[in-house]
Structures are given as C-alpha cells and as structure tokens.
Design a protein around this ligand. Structure first.
Ligand code: NAI
Ligand code: MG
Length: 330
C-alpha cells in the first residue's frame, strides 16, 4: 500500500525531529507519499497567517498528517486543524520504556480523550458576578468516543476499557457520558469494562497505574489525566499523541518547538518516531507499528546512541540512524 501523508515540520526542533523520523521511515516496509507544507511562526512571519487554507486542504486530501511542532502560533495551528478535520479523539499512550526515567516499570496503557466538547466547548461568558462556562456533553459525541475506545482496544489486543467521570456530582452531563459508555459496551461483550470517578483515577494513576488498559473520558479530565500520565513515564522528548477523526488523523509529539535547544541537534526524536508508530496503527499497519516501536525500544534500552536528555551524547540524526539500523535488522 502507498499512503498519502501530509508532513508539517513547523518550527524549531519540529523540523529536526521530523527530518529524523522521515529518515527512519525510509527503512519501513510501508510506502508513503509525502506532501510537505509549512505552518507555524516562521510561516506567519512570511505570510501573516500561521496556517493557510491550502495546507488545510492538503491535510484533508491526505490519509494522515505528521506534525512536528509550532512555536507561539501552535494553538492556532492545531486548534484550526482539529476543528476543520473534526479530529474528535485525542489519544496518548502511557508506556514505560526500559532505559528511560519512568516512575513504574511495565506501564502500558492509553488515554482516549474526547476532543470537541465538554468544558472546552468555547461557551464562556462574563456574568455580573464573575464568569460562567457551559459544559456540553452530547450522546452522539460520547458514543462516538466510547466506540473509538472499544474499537482501539479490540484492534490493539487490549482487554479492558475504563470510563472516567464524576457522575455522582455532575449527574446529568457525566450521567450522559457514563450511560453512553455502557450502551456502546454492549457491542463489545468480550472486552472487560469498568468506570471510575476522576478524582480517584488521579490517585490510582500514582498508586496503582498498572490497573489501567484503555481509559476513555471527557475533554477536561482527559487533558489533565494525559499530563499526569506523561509525568508517570517522564520526559517530554518521549511522549507522542494522536488526533483522530472519521477520515483523518494527525500525529504529533506532545513537546513544542523548544527554542532553547533548537538548531543544535540536541532534540530527542523519540516522541516524533512514536507519533509515527501511532500513525501506523491508525493506518492498520500493526506489524509495522510494532517493528518501529521495537527498533526504538532497543536503542533506548541500550542507551548508547541516545540524545543528551536521555543521558547520552548523540545528536538527533545519530540517534535516528541507530533506530534505522535496528529497524533494518528486525
Ligand atoms: P517545549 O516542549 O518546546 O520545551 C519544554 C522543555 O523541554 C525545553 O527545555 C525543551 O528543551 C525540552 N524539550 C522539549 N522537547 C524536547 C525533545 N524532543 N528533546 C529534548 N528536549 C526537549 O515547551 P515550551 O518551552 O513551553 O514551549 C516552546 C514553544 O513551543 C512555545 O512557543 C510554545 O507555544 C510551543 N509549543 C508548541 C506545541 C505544539 O506545537 N504542539 C506544544 C507545546 C508548546
Ligand atoms: Mg495539555
């Protein structure tokens, strides 16, 4: 298969980790046809806007998009792409890789966050006394995110999906979410289900994170728990994310353009490489996703050819070269 991929390197280390990742992907057994586009701060300096309509259309016409990082304009760029492409899923793995600084060994779960409504619906207004935000939870959006979570569990051979909510206090909004979860669960009777309160979940992430497999939740809870999950496995240079819709997916590291280290070859390419792993999963190329992840795992575990943030002395491209040679040997 030949996949059409839009590539937006962006600003700062976004360009460096993208170059590194595309270099590794050259040794993949899957073929990609790339279309490159600029977006972000540098693009805005030249044109006055951080993201053009042509680029939005290019991403729409592609099967998936690899995004590096933008600088100050990141929110505009990503928010616009999420809206235009209706990327309703935000997916973040929490995995502890040998050779890296994690808090628990053997962690391997994913957080599936609803990305379009909830408390981030954009309905905020001042009142006489202060301000009010409206939290919108619809059955349609709740069912679609829960369905995604179950299907993802099925495809990636995971056995349990946990809904996270606070339906004891937010009886109506989180009640709709919880009911939607159990309605969808009926179609996946072979997958174990449970549900937990968000406050208790925040505690269990720290005390017993091994209990989680797939966690599905609403927008704000997912935002907070995702960063808590990142803290469990440590290091911005290691954490990928996926934004997924019905017809498109955008894959990006969680880190930004890191102006403090940009242009020096110091950036850890792992988060971008792992974003490509998520893209391969999205394209249903599971064998290839595991191969790429395992190649990176070997390099991290050996710890010899790694970047400074991982305790090594290698450059971004040296580390990428090492991942590529491991990939070729697998
Ligand atoms: P940042 O993630 O760029 O950097 C935070 C710290 O982590 C820095 O010390 C940086 O050197 C380090 N770091 C990040 N990624 C690394 C990697 N791959 N390897 C080694 N070290 C790494 O976040 P910061 O400093 O808050 O923001 C810098 C710029 O990035 C801002 O303009 C911000 O708006 C933008 N940003 C963009 C995002 C995006 O494009 N999705 C996300 C977050 C921030
Ligand atoms: Mg966040």
């Amino acid at each position: 298969d030949m996949y059409k991929i839009a590539v937006i390197p962006g600003d700062g280390i976004g360009k460096e980790v993208m170059e590194a990742t595309l270099h590794v992907l050259e040794s993949s057994n899957v073929d990609f046809e790339y279309s490159f586009a600029d977006a972000g701060d540098e693009y805005a300096e030249k044109t006055g806007i951080p993201l053009s309509e042509e680029t939005v259309n290019l991403v729409k016409q592609s099967q998936a998009c690899l995004f590096g990082a933008a600088g100050e304009t990141a929110a505009d760029v990503i928010v616009k792409l999420r809206k235009e492409l209706d990327l309703y899923v935000n997916l973040r793995p929490v995995k502890s890789y040998p050779g890296t600084k994690y808090l628990f060994e053997g962690l391997d779960f994913v957080i599936v966050r609803e990305n379009t409504e909830g408390l981030y619906s954009g309905l905020e207004e001042y009142t006489q006394d202060g301000a009010t935000a409206t939290r919108v939870i619809t059955k349609a959006a709740s069912e679609r995110i829960c369905k995604f979570a179950f299907e993802y569990a099925e495809k990636t051979a995971r056995s349990k999906v946990t809904a996270v909510h606070k339906a004891n206090v937010l009886k109506k909004t989180d009640g709709v979410f919880k009911d939607s979860f159990y309605k969808v669960a009926e179609n996946f009777s072979h997958i174990e289900t449970d549900d937990r309160y968000v406050d208790a979940t925040a505690m269990f992430f720290i005390t017993q994170p091994q209990m989680f497999d797939v966690v599905v939740t609403t927008n704000l809870y997912g935002d907070i728990l995702s960063d808590e999950g990142a803290g469990l496995v440590g290091g911005l240079g290691l954490i990928p994310s996926a934004n997924i819709g019905e017809t498109n997916g955008l894959f990006e590291p969680v880190h930004g353009s890191a102006p403090d280290i940009a242009g020096k070859g110091l950036a850890n390419p792992s988060a971008m490489i792992l974003s490509a792993v998520l893209m391969l999963e999205y394209l249903d190329e599971y064998d290839e996703a595991r191969r790429l992840e395992n190649a990176l795992l070997k390099v991290l575990d050996e710890g010899k050819v790694v970047t400074k943030d991982l305790g090594g002395e290698s450059s971004t491209m040296e580390m990428a070269e090492e991942v590529r040679s491991k990939l070729e040997a697998l």
